[in-house]
Design a protein around this ligand. Structure first.
Ligand SMILES: CC(C)(COP(=O)(O)OP(=O)(O)OC[C@H]1O[C@@H](n2cnc3c(N)ncnc32)[C@H](O)[C@@H]1OP(=O)(O)O)[C@@H](O)C(=O)NCCC(=O)NCCS
Length: 348
């Protein structure tokens, strides 16, 4: 995906993308991802909690996950992914107008991780903010970034999904600690009509189910106290079974909405890149969409669920692997705490 490669102009299938913005389009002109070096395998977890490789692989598909070093923070993970995406796009820090970092594990509650990334990547002109939509954050970021590009507010937007989830995992809780990992991915958005077009991105939410997946402590409702720490309120909590059910339903709805907007059906999609939380969720969504198994891109066996990093890393890996060719239609589908969900269609 070199920016210098001559490619044929894309005729956007999404009527909104084609007409509403007077020829303006939004393309993903660079992708990058980064995962920390340290690997934590299922066998490693067997030594610390009452679990087994067999249970984890059959229930989730996860075999290992990455864990960031003590002195490596979400802003570092985000910056490393961003610099790779910028290099691929042929964009320097000075050209970036806006940085959006999707994360639930910011370096600090404030200032935003996006501001810290701005410093680390030398994007001094850029406005910067964090967005919090949990595992759906990267698609939320793409849709927001797309609006700024289409409206001519900004020329270059950097969207990053990055997490250091290992800091909010209760490593003594086998129900959750086997599922998550650290990592991040980034995309550079521009109006470059002969590049990879973001045709549509849509988002959804249901705050009525907020308690299903949350971290109770640390906010204004339950600030840190000796008691809150003793009660382990500063760790992620999840009702796995209920979350599973809602994940399948919401991802299906989001995918159908994104395809409806583009006037396409699942047979036109070359590669589906779903949120990488659980192999069984992915298979159930694929089946209900009427997709063939070979349409699904899955890398969760290596990284577990990296929340906002998940589809960003998977998209980068799917492209790097050569599985996606120019002109292919991709469907990204996400789901997360909130509840939140979303989907995007990209014409590569
Ligand atoms: C978490 C999840 C893998 C659990 O799978 P499940 O098939 O629903 O398993 P259950 O919760 O029914 O638990 C079955 C048993 O395994 C046990 N168990 C849970 N975690 C275990 C582990 N790591 N190792 C061994 N046993 C475990 C449970 O305690 C339970 O035991 P019990 O029957 O004696 O009570 C699954 O519910 C899930 O993936 N949910 C969605 C999670 C998710 O994607 N979250 C992020 C959304 S962005």
């Amino acid at each position: 995906m070199s920016p210098t490669t001559a490619v044929k102009p894309i005729k956007f299938k999404n009527p909104r993308a084609q007409h509403d913005f007077k020829g303006r389009s939004c393309s993903i002109v660079g992708l990058g991802s980064y995962v920390p070096e340290r690997i934590l395998t299922n066998a490693d977890l067997e030594k610390t909690v009452d679990t087994s490789d067999e249970w984890i692989t059959t229930r989730t598909g996860i075999r290992e996950r990455r864990i960031a070093a003590e002195n490596e923070f979400t802003s570092d993970i985000a910056s490393k992914a961003a610099l790779r995406a910028m290099s691929q796009a042929g964009v320097t820090g000075n050209q970036i107008d806006l940085i959006i970092v999707a994360t639930i594990t910011p370096d600090m509650l404030f200032p935003s991780t996006a501001c810290l990334v701005q410093q680390k990547i030398g994007a001094r002109r850029a406005a910067a903010f964090d967005l919090e939509a949990a595992c759906s954050g990267f698609i939320y970021g793409l849709e927001i970034g797309q609006q700024f590009i289409m409206s001519r507010t900004y020329d270059t937007v950097l969207v990053i999904g990055a997490e250091k989830l290992s800091t909010i995992i209760d490593w003594s809780d086998r129900n959750t600690c086997v599922l998550f990992g650290d990592g991040g991915g980034a995309a550079v958005l521009q109006n470059r009509p002969n590049s990879h077009g973001l045709l549509t991105a849509c988002m959804g939410a249901d705050g009525g189910k907020a308690e299903l997946l949350c971290m109770p402590g640390g906010g204004s409702r339950c600030p840190a106290t000796t008691q809150s720490v003793a009660n382990r309120l500063h760790y992620l909590r999840m009702d796995g079974k209920e979350t599973f059910k809602h994940a399948v339903k919401a991802m299906l709805t989001a995918a159908q909405e994104a395809m409806r907007r583009c006037e396409i059906d699942i047979t036109k999609i070359k590669c589906i890149i779903p949120h990488q939380a659980n192999r069984r969720i992915i298979d159930a969504v694929g089946e209900r969409l009427g997709a063939r198994p070979e349409q699904l891109f899955v890398n969760l066996e290596k990284y577990g669920n990296t929340s906002a990093g998940s589809v960003a890393i998977a998209l980068d890996e799917a492209v790097q692997s050569g599985r996606i060719q120019q002109g292919d239609l991709l469907l990204l589908i996400v789901f997360g705490a909130g509840l939140t969900w979303g989907a995007a269609v990209i014409e590569w």
